[in-house]
Design a protein around this ligand. Structure first.
Ligand code: ZN
Length: 88
């Protein structure tokens, strides 16, 4: 079981959250090739170990949270608010 500590709501079970995906930098649409867009939208490395992820507290405050989580152990190192839009 994964527990995330929401900065607004406190410790909550991960079932209250929606996993959005890996946090990656959005490329500039005015200066990006179709291959770079494809990589941003669809390609993920999914490595074992620590990863930066985006979660939505859908059953709580409704805020997007940046989560640093270990994909093998489920340990959570950091949870912080990134706003209502969820952009990095
Ligand atoms: Zn919350």
């Amino acid at each position: 079981m994964i527990t995330l500590v929401c900065p607004h709501c406190g410790p909550r079970d991960a079932t209250e959250f929606a996993y959005i995906g890996e946090r990656t930098a959005r490329p500039d649409p005015n200066d990006t090739t179709p291959q770079e867009w494809r990589g941003y939208l669809y390609l993920r490395s999914n490595p074992a170990g620590w990863a930066d992820e985006l979660w939505l507290h859908r059953a709580g405050c409704g805020r997007y949270l940046a989560v640093r989580r270990h994909r093998t152990t489920g340990a959570v190192d950091e949870v912080r608010d990134v706003g209502a839009g969820g952009e990095p």
